[in-house]
Design a protein around this ligand. Structure first.
Ligand code: C2E
Ligand code: MG
Ligand code: MG
Length: 406
């Protein structure tokens, strides 16, 4: 329904238990060219959500009858597409927690304002609401009409070469030189269209097809990388699944493939997500150490969203830590995210790991990372993942790592 709404319609629906505050906000919105309605009753609010289809919502977080977090949950469950402005008199840490919770519920958050706020501050948020932060889809979350992935679908995809890789560059924060590319799996299904990698990777794990998938994709990645960047210090980053960490022949297989392509494993970074790497530290330690002995570099991916202890991280033989994109994407708006990023950079450097920030979407984020001493950056601001054919044009005359002083 919201998708069909005229994008020029600007309607603000306000829920605040203090009628006077609601009226004040409504007046600010009217002066900014919005239609506005202020309500004090949550049930009437949900009725108006359906009937009036607002483009924006202003929500008081703390109300006597229903709390704002519960309202955010209901809005998320109903698939609300409006830009949400959270208002409250509670402290900024609580507001920040509410903002993150709203993002988790799939809502678009235009901003949070502490009461009392100035009309100018609120107007700015209303204007910026068009570009509200959209949540990152979480792994495993399925939209309503996603097709179930079966073993035969995946086997057919492998046999018919429906799977491909997109490549996303990583650059040095300090100089901008190209440090390498991460290979990201893509599946274009002939009937169902594109299927997201975190979905089909999990499906392959459950269906016992992860080894076939990994082997197929690693072969594609090596073929591309050794022809596109045969020499030098640039690196290929490749994601591996947690399931492969229990497979004793895994390290030999990957090393054998590198040998066949004439590629030194030192130029390959294997990325393992934080939760999977540390779920069974003993097996992980064995297998990760074997991979290191073969010469591969190891990266702990999506760091900061799992539950590993710092002691476990220190025990495992990683060479790189990748800060999860949720922190990096919040860096511009959240002082807490910036503090966490700086702490992670300090932790990584203390353990002699290189740090990559993923999810760098704008120049201020890149500047913040550079100033904080982050080594490498990856994200839409630098380049989106691209098909192999697009890489030469993107590279153009850009300097490569090792061809200039670091
Ligand atoms: P990942 O390894 O953490 O990869 C980064 C994800 O962030 C990619 O999503 C990438 O497209 C996306 N991304 C990069 N820059 C930005 C940015 O600036 N903003 C935002 N919002 N997103 C950005 P993608 O390609 O959908 O991959 C999702 C996950 O699927 C990967 O997360 C990885 O865990 C898994 N995956 C992808 N390819 C493979 C594979 O070949 N094997 C395995 N085992 N897992 C894979
Ligand atoms: Mg990765
Ligand atoms: Mg990641």
């Amino acid at each position: 329904m919201a998708a069909e709404r005229d994008s020029d319609v600007r309607r603000l629906l306000i829920l605040d238990d203090e009628a006077a505050v609601g009226t004040t906000i409504a007046n600010i919105a009217l002066s900014a060219g919005f239609e506005a309605r202020a309500l004090t009753d949550p049930e009437v609010f949900f009725h108006e959500m359906d009937a009036w289809e607002p483009s924006h919502i202003a929500l008081d977080l703390v109300m006597p009858e229903v709390d704002g977090i519960e309202v955010l949950r209901r809005l998320g469950d109903s698939g609300c597409r409006a830009s949400v402005i959270i208002t409250s008199g509670v402290g900024s840490r609580v507001l920040e927690a509410a903002r993150l919770s709203a993002l988790e519920h799939g809502l678009a958050i235009a901003g949070v304002v502490s009461k009392p706020f100035t009309p100018a501050k609120f107007r700015t948020l209303l204007r910026e609401g068009q570009g509200a932060v959209r949540p990152v889809p979480r792994s495993g979350r399925q939209s309503r009409n996603e097709v179930a992935i079966t073993a035969s679908m995946l086997e057919t995809a492998l046999a018919r070469r429906e799977l491909s890789l997109a490549y996303q560059p990583k650059i040095l924060c300090a100089s901008g030189a190209v440090a390498g590319f991460e290979a990201l799996a893509r599946w274009q299904h002939p009937e169902h269209g594109p299927i997201a990698p975190d979905r089909f990777v999990v499906a392959a794990e459950h269906l016992g097809l992860i080894d076939a998938l990994t082997d197929h994709l690693f072969e594609l990645a090596l073929t591309w990388f050794t022809s596109a960047l045969p020499e030098g210090e640039t690196r290929l980053s490749f994601n591996i699944s947690r399931r492969s960490l229990g497979d004793i022949g895994f390290a030999d297989r990957l090393a054998g493939r590198c040998l066949a392509h004439g590629l030194r494993p030192q130029r390959v970074i294997l990325e393992i997500t934080e939760t999977s790497a540390l779920s069974d530290p003993t097996t992980s330690l064995d297998l990760l150490t074997r991979l290191r002995f073969k010469g591969f570099r190891l990266s702990i991916d999506d760091f900061g969203v799992g539950y590993s202890s710092i002691a476990q991280l220190a025990r495992l033989p990683f060479s790189e830590l990748k800060i999860d994109k949720s922190f990096v994407m919040s860096a511009a708006t959240s002082a807490e995210a910036r503090t966490i990023i700086r702490a992670m950079i300090g932790l990584a450097h203390g353990l002699e790991l290189e740090v990559t920030a993923e999810g760098v979407e704008d120049e201020p984020a890149l500047t913040m990372l550079r100033e904080a001493g982050c080594d490498l950056a990856q994200g839409y601001h630098i380049a989106r993942p691209m098909p192999d054919g697009a890489v030469p044009a993107w590279l153009g005359a850009r300097p490569l790592i090792g061809t200039q002083a670091r």
